[in-house]
Every structure is written in structure tokens, then in C-alpha cells.
Ligand binder design. Structure first.
Ligand SMILES: [Zn+2]
Length: 327
């Protein structure tokens, strides 16, 4: 039987149901949080995450992909506690998130460095997270993640991206790339990942929804990748109405099979002094915004229910199915 790894173990592929392909549960600078934010360790943090995810389940969504990797505060014991209690499936990720340098330990450790390993040590970590599980929790990662933002392909960004690409080739795990649509960095990610032998149909170009530039989006999609229209609720550079109009136009042009919808939100973050400040500052940035506000707007813009379900069910399932290559 075709199965997908989640924080509660493997589930049948068909049980993925409706998927939000780019979300987080907790987002933090872990060193900061563990020194200055005792509230992270309160029972309320877990309880609140479980409640928010269960509301999502009640709204008819079944799975989130948590793209919290090295650099964003991935703390698997906390995710395991939430996964035990919520009805939502949480697919967890491996990889690294940086716009510039590699994670600090790898500055001195790697091919041609002070401690010359000959091979890229990040690949070993990522493969182990996918094949054996993360930090002795037994929870296996189902998605790879890297990033390329405004600074472009810096040395560190390229090293992480190529490590992610090599891990994909070894394991079959799909890849999500955080990109800057404004700087069109999705095209650079496609070029580098293709050089590493990655099947671009297994790549989600994240944050495509941050632009209304249809030509750029079509260029990415025409190379086979999935477009993450994945920041609904982030309303300060582009409005929900513009995001919806862009999705509707892409559907009209025949790209419904290559888009997914998500929020890129979280339940708890240290990006604000108190977690309530986050929810006050970004009132639409929560797991229910797509259900409550975006789907009605897409329907009003002429997107059919069949195309909506494609973006929420069939498309994420097709991306995640590449996990199967590793089993
Ligand atoms: Zn994210």
C-alpha cells in the first residue's frame, strides 16, 4: 500500500485528504526562544496548536506540511506532542533555511574545509531524517526544503540547495524551495536543482503567490514545477484580492494542475514579543483563512469546485507521492 510519512507515522496516501502544502506549527530562533521565551514551554503552546489544527480538521482539511527546518526552529519533541493529540496529519520536513550562509556548524566542516569530509555532511543529515527519522523520535521527514531569497545564489544558499538536490536523488523525497517572486529566484532554483538531477515536477516553488506576474509564474510552471500559492493571510505587500485574481487567471490559462494553496502561518512564533501580538498583527494569518475567505473568493472569481479540489487534494498528493520512491 502506498504510504506517506507523518509525525504520527505512515498513513495511506488516500488519507492525505485536503492538504495545506506550506505551513508551520512553531517558528522560532530556537536559541533565542530557549533562552528568553519560557512561554514556549507552557502547556498553552501545545494546547493552542492542537486546538487550531483541530479547527482546521473540522473545516474539512486533513493534512499540513510543516516546512520548519534547520534555521526556523524545528523542535521535533514539541511537534510529536501536537501530532499525538490532533486529528490533522503533520508531514515534517528536513533541509535548511538560509538566505546567505550555511548553518554555522558547516562553515568549518565539509568538502575542502578545515575538517575536509570530501562529501557534503548535510546530505547525510537530510537522508537520515528521511530514512531513519529525526533526532531519535522515529519521525521521518517527508519533504525537503531550501531557500533562495533576494541575495540570490550565495555560496551558502547554493551549498544547501545542492545538498537538498542530492538528497532528493538518493531518497525520492520531494522538494520545496522558499523563493522571492519579486527577484524571480524560482528560476535559479529550478536551474540548480535540475543540474543536480532533480525532477522538477517534484519541486514546489514556494511563495509564487507573492506576485501577480503571470509570465513569471507560467515560465516556472512550464518547466513542470508546482507553484506554491502559499501565503494567503500575508496581506502587506499584496492583497488577498490580488492573490485570488492571480490564481484565477492561472486556472483560466490551464494551470490548475500545477498550483497549491496554503498560508505559511504558524501557531506560535518568537517573531513577536508575545504570541498574541502575532495573531493581532496578522489577523488573517491562520489555518482557516483559505476555508473561510479565500475559497469563497476563488469561487466568485470563477474557479470551479473541481479545480479547487485539484489544488487541495490531487496536486499535493502527486508531489508527496515521490516519497514512495524511497520505500
Ligand atoms: Zn514557510
Amino acid at each position: 500500500m502506498a504510504t506517506i510519512e507523518t509525525a504520527r507515522g505512515a498513513i495511506a496516501q488516500k488519507d492525505l485528504g485536503r492538504v495545506l502544502i506550506h505551513e508551520h506549527v512553531f517558528l522560532m530562533d530556537m536559541e533565542y526562544t530557549f533562552n528568553y521565551r519560557p512561554d514556549f514551554h507552557s502547556a498553552r503552546t501545545i494546547d493552542d496548536a492542537v486546538a487550531r489544527l483541530d479547527e482546521l480538521k473540522n473545516a474539512g482539511f486533513d493534512t499540513i506540511i510543516d516546512l520548519t527546518v534547520l534555521g526556523l526552529g524545528r523542535h521535533m519533541p514539541s511537534i510529536a506532542k501536537v501530532a499525538e493529540r490532533t486529528a490533522v496529519n503533520i508531514v515534517v520536513s528536513t533541509g535548511a533555511y538560509s538566505f546567505d550562509a550555511v548553518p554555522a556548524p558547516f562553515q568549518f566542516w565539509g568538502p575542502g574545509l578545515l575538517h575536509d569530509t570530501g562529501v557534503e555532511p548535510m546530505v547525510g543529515h537530510f537522508v537520515s531524517d528521511i530514512v531513519e527519522g529525526i533526532a531519535d523520535t522515529g519521525i521521518r521527514a517527508g519533504m525537503l526544503k531550501c531557500a533562495i531569497d533576494a541575495p540570490g545564489l550565495t555560496g551558502g544558499v547554493e551549498r544547501i540547495m545542492r545538498a537538498v538536490g542530492r538528497t532528493h536523488v538518493l531518497t525520492g523525497a520531494p522538494v520545496t524551495v522558499h523563493t522571492s517572486a519579486k527577484h524571480e529566484t524560482g528560476l535559479i532554483a529550478q536551474k540548480v536543482l535540475a543540474e543536480e538531477g532533480v525532477d522538477l515536477e517534484r519541486v514546489v516553488i514556494g511563495h509564487c503567490g507573492d506576485t501577480a506576474d503571470i509570465d513569471y509564474l507560467a515560465r516556472l510552471a512550464d518547466r513542470g514545477s508546482m507553484l506554491g500559492m502559499d501565503r494567503f493571510g500575508v496581506d502587506f505587500e499584496i492583497t488577498m484580492e490580488q492573490r485570488v485574481a492571480t490564481v484565477a487567471e492561472m486556472v483560466r490559462r490551464g494551470y490548475a494542475g500545477q498550483m497549491t494553496l496554503s498560508h505559511d502561518c504558524c501557531c506560535w512564533s518568537d517573531f513577536f514579543p508575545e504570541v498574541d501580538d502575532y495573531h493581532r498583527a496578522m489577523p488573517n494569518h491562520h489555518y482557516l483563512h483559505i476555508h473561510d475567505d479565500v475559497l469563497p473568493a476563488l469561487r466568485a472569481a470563477g474557479v470551479s469546485q473541481i479545480d479547487i479540489e485539484r489544488m487541495l487534494i490531487a496536486n499535493p498528493r502527486r508531489v508527496l507521492a515521490s516519497q514512495l520512491a524511497s520505500h
